[in-house]
Design a protein around this ligand. Structure first.
Ligand code: ADQ
Length: 482
């Protein structure tokens, strides 16, 4: 068995199995943010990735892709239902996103979650070299840190939460709250998107488990009061995107031409608004459509001069709340178009597909107003991707205050999506803002993302993990002392 100095553990492997028309199968790297981040820290390191390959049943043999050793973890069809769709997406996801829809609790889902977390911990323990660094990701794997520490006390363990960590009043609803906290406390360092998320976690340690916290650390005795104490640090390291990669892509003649083509195929509207989200109830798609529908009704905007393009990526379609949301959104789009579209122009163009990166960049470059209106979102990478594509300093970003991104992107047109009247006004402010104001804002937004890109995020995370529970010495942009 090969072992590695850096092991990433995430629910999904960074690859998808694709079957070519001639029937041959191959793995294709799925170009998510995490993959890009890891590509920037993996060179020169001996790296492995532990995760589910995306299909129920037996796991494929380990294989190497893009210089990374991939160790698949098997999930049965029943485990996909109970651990992934059930406990992860119908219990934890709503509790961690302000209970926008109600959460469902089943003891058998919890049992599956525990069993699957144990399997991930065992797989990580097998591929980690002595003293390795193991970086666990996200809410599906909150028990892995403690399970792994039992198996491998020699390794350094970090966990990063891509979604919010809920206020203690909501977290307290979980019948398994203490086990979840104890699972996380197996780590040396816990990373969150916002300081508020880290504080929520520390508060849960104090109030629900009775542990002492000091600053951003919490101390516990995993083997009883007489055993050794272990101190864990919890703080914010906000995730980002590959600014240079996207900036370069958006400058290519192909993407610029495609952006122009998109606009002309929509009838060259004066104002093109864009929404791009996974079709998830946290993203505020319904609130956005409601505001837009009222603006049409009030005569503030009208097609064909104004158009809204809504890309809603298929997501979690086996979960009832997601199927209901799709029905609602598609019904609303139909109603808006039925009432407000003249012949030959649509008030809302709705697309339920995934697209390659270059098409996404062209969409971003084409849009005058980007609508990012989640009710709750850990970060929201779409907001950062939009500004990264706007090398022309064009466009305006409308951004919900309930995203992690709003903590960084202060020059956006910030809104509260629950306040439909306020949302309408903010959208119109973005539409009408003088060009000089929009350019000034966009320049500042781009600088923020350029200076805090995903490479820097990964580097900062690994430094924080290496020095935990102490804070790392302050580092400059490229590892120089500041
Ligand atoms: P998500 O909830 O998936 O991520 P987001 O941060 O917006 O949300 O990331 C979505 C990604 O998918 C973006 O990179 C976007 O470009 C891409 N995407 C969306 N629609 C697409 C389409 N139709 N075709 C192709 N690509 C598409 C979770 C948390 C977030 C957190 C991220 C990262 O919920 O809060 O920002 O993880 O930590």
């Amino acid at each position: 068995m090969r072992t590695f100095d850096l092991v990433v553990v995430a629910n999904r492997l960074p690859v998808d199995r694709v079957v070519d028309p001639d029937g041959t199968e191959q793995w294709r790297t799925s170009p998510g943010g995490l993959v890009t981040a890891m590509e920037s820290v993996m060179p020169g390191r001996d790296g492995a990735w532990v995760g589910w390959a995306g299909e129920a049943g037996e796991a494929p043999e380990p294989f190497v892709e893009n210089d990374m050793y991939l160790q698949p973890v098997a999930l049965s069809a029943e485990e996909v239902e109970q651990y992934y769709e059930g406990f992860s997406n119908e219990t934890l996801w709503p509790i961690y996103h302000d209970v926008i829809v109600s959460a469902t609790f089943h003891r058998f889902w919890w049992n599956a979650y525990r069993a699957v977390n144990q399997r991930f911990a065992e797989a990580a323990a097998r591929v980690a070299a002595p003293g390795a660094t193991v970086w666990v990701h996200d809410y599906q794997l909150q028990l892995v840190p403690a399970m792994l520490r039992e198996l491998r006390p020699d390794v350094r363990i970090g966990w990063f939460n891509h979604i919010p960590f809920p206020p203690v009043e909501l977290f307290a609803q979980l019948p398994w709250r203490q086990s979840l906290v104890e699972g996380l406390l197996g780590a040396d360092f816990l990373g969150f998107q916002r300081t508020a998320d880290a504080e929520n976690f520390l508060r849960a340690c104090r109030r629900l488990v009775g542990l002492p916290t000091k600053g951003d650390t919490v101390t516990h005795h995993p083997h009883g009061d007489d055993g050794e104490a272990h101190t864990v640090r919890a703080s914010a390291i906000p995730i980002s995107i590959d600014f240079n990669g996207l900036d370069e892509l958006a400058r290519t003649p192909e993407v610029k031409a495609r952006a122009a083509e998109i606009r002309s195929s929509l009838g060259d509207p004066e104002i093109l608004m864009l929404g791009v989200d996974r079709l998830d109830y946290t993203k505020g798609i319904r609130h956005r459509l409601k505001a837009y529908e009222e603006l049409l009704r009030d005569g503030e905007v009208a097609p064909p001069e104004t158009a809204l393009l809504q890309v809603a990526t298929p997501s979690r379609e086996r979960v009832a709340a997601y199927r209901n949301l799709r029905t609602q959104v598609e019904g609303t789009v139909g109603r808006i178009n039925g009432e407000h579209s003249p012949i030959g122009a649509q008030a809302v163009q709705y697309l339920h597909h995934s697209y390659p990166r270059s098409e996404m960049a062209a969409l971003f470059l084409a849009a005058d107003v980007m609508l990012v209106t989640p009710l709750r979102d850990g970060m929201n990478l779409v907001a950062k991707e939009y500004v990264s594509c706007r090398h022309d300093l064009g466009g305006a970003l409308v951004l919900s205050e309930f995203t992690g991104a709003a903590r960084e992107l202060h020059q956006a047109f910030v809104c509260n999506p629950h306040d439909i009247e306020g949302l309408k006004q903010t959208i119109m402010r973005a539409v009408r803002a003088p060009e000089a104001d929009r350019r000034r804002r966009m320049r500042a937004l781009r600088k923020r993302v350029a200076d805090h890109d995903v490479q820097r995020w990964a580097q900062r995370y690994l430094e924080a993990l290496a020095s935990a529970p102490e804070r790392p010495e302050r580092q400059g942009r490229h590892g120089k002392s500041a």
